[in-house]
Design a protein around this ligand. Structure first.
Ligand code: FE
Length: 350
């Protein structure tokens, strides 16, 4: 039996936890003791759980996207089935406005979802459904393109020029590729923060951790999206459904992502072929892709580690992908681009 204590949603605490990674001297808030909101989660201790081993560690690669945005791509190279149901993971953290202000002007999407998580700065967006808004620090925007959306995403940074954020693309199964498009804007205040028994502070964006379920629900691929902050000397264990695709993307510090002490026991993909370092501890800007199993286990040794833990149910369907449109067949892609030319792409205007 593991007891968890829920920490009330509080934007200030959120900001302080975040500040710890930004050299502003922030400090984590302790969990509130007791209280009616404390929740319990039971685990069957008599069943031997298999810890997911690390299959691959990938260093995110510098890429230019949109109208000239310099970013680092962690997922999106190689066969698109590799991380099914996820297609792409872009890390757009930068302190130089010249690297992001050109943004992502009006462009279409169909057949997939984009999940944008902002840590610093702001992203302004507008779309063909008539939505217009700003994604602020700590907010998440979950956009289901479905049958088609045309939108723009313009990173603006903060007063110091910093723009930190991540965009994940999740595929949609054939049955829902042409669904009605929808947006879910989740503000920082709506994202619960829990401190688990092991000492990790977890922002639960989607899925469940520490007995608390995040605000993004009802997504076809049952994704889980956690922002985990693990202090030095602490460990984090989290159950993930067998058969689901699971990866961690490190966004601060360094951690040990399983009990494999030999860094040659998994594949390492560097930025180029001179990049041959294999380290026991995995640091900022690296994606850790796990093998199948029951739980994910992470240990922070002398320094803390912060990572996004993302999982989803594989779709296992053929993928036909070109630019921002992801379908099942080449014919569907051809139709999508023809419709764009004929201006019949948008099926639903909200
Ligand atoms: Fe987009």
């Amino acid at each position: 039996m593991t007891a968890y204590e829920r920490l009330d949603v509080n934007a200030k605490q959120d900001a302080r936890a975040l500040a710890r990674w930004e050299g502003e001297g922030g400090r984590l808030m302790p969990a509130r003791q007791g209280g009616s909101e404390a929740s319990l989660e039971s685990t069957k201790e008599d069943v031997v759980e298999q810890i997911r081993r690390v299959r691959q560690v990938i260093k995110s690669r510098a890429t230019i996207e949109g109208a000239g945005v310099h970013l680092h791509r962690a997922i999106g190279f190689g066969p698109p089935e590799l991380y099914d149901p996820f297609l792409l993971l872009d890390d757009f953290r930068s302190d130089d406005p010249n690297q992001y202000l050109s943004g992502f002007p009006w462009h279409p999407h169909r057949g997939m979802e984009t999940i944008t998580y902002v840590l610093r700065g702001e992203v302004e967006h507008g779309d063909s459904l008539g939505n217009k808004g700003v994604i602020s620090p700590g907010d998440v925007q979950w956009m289901t393109a479905g049958s088609g959306i045309i939108h723009q995403e313009m990173p603006k940074g903060d007063e110091r020029g910093a723009m930190y954020g991540f965009q994940l693309w999740a595929n949609l199964p054939a049955a829902t590729k042409m669904m009605k498009p929808r947006y879910r804007g989740v503000t920082s205040a709506e994202i619960p923060i829990v401190i688990d028994a092991g000492g990790a502070t977890i922002k639960v964006i989607a899925g469940t951790a520490g007995g608390v379920t995040g605000p993004v629900r009802d997504v076809v691929t049952s994704p889980e999206y956690l922002d985990v902050d693990l202090p030095a000397g602490k460990s984090f264990t989290h159950r993930t459904p067998r058969g689901h695709t699971v990866f961690a993307y490190v966004i601060g510090g360094k951690g040990l992502f399983c009990q494999q002490s030999d860094p040659y026991s998994y594949e390492a993909v560097g930025g180029n072929y001179f990049d041959m370092k294999r380290e026991r501890l995995i640091g900022d800007g690296h994606l850790v892709f796990f093998d199948d199993g029951d739980t994910v286990s992470v240990v922070a040794e002398a320094e803390p580690v912060r990572f996004l833990l993302i999982s989803g149910k594989p779709i296992r369907e053929p993928i036909a992908w070109h630019g921002p449109i992801v379908m099942n067949t080449q014919e569907e892609l051809r139709i999508a681009f023809e419709e764009l030319e004929r201006k019949t792409f948008i099926k639903d205007r909200g």
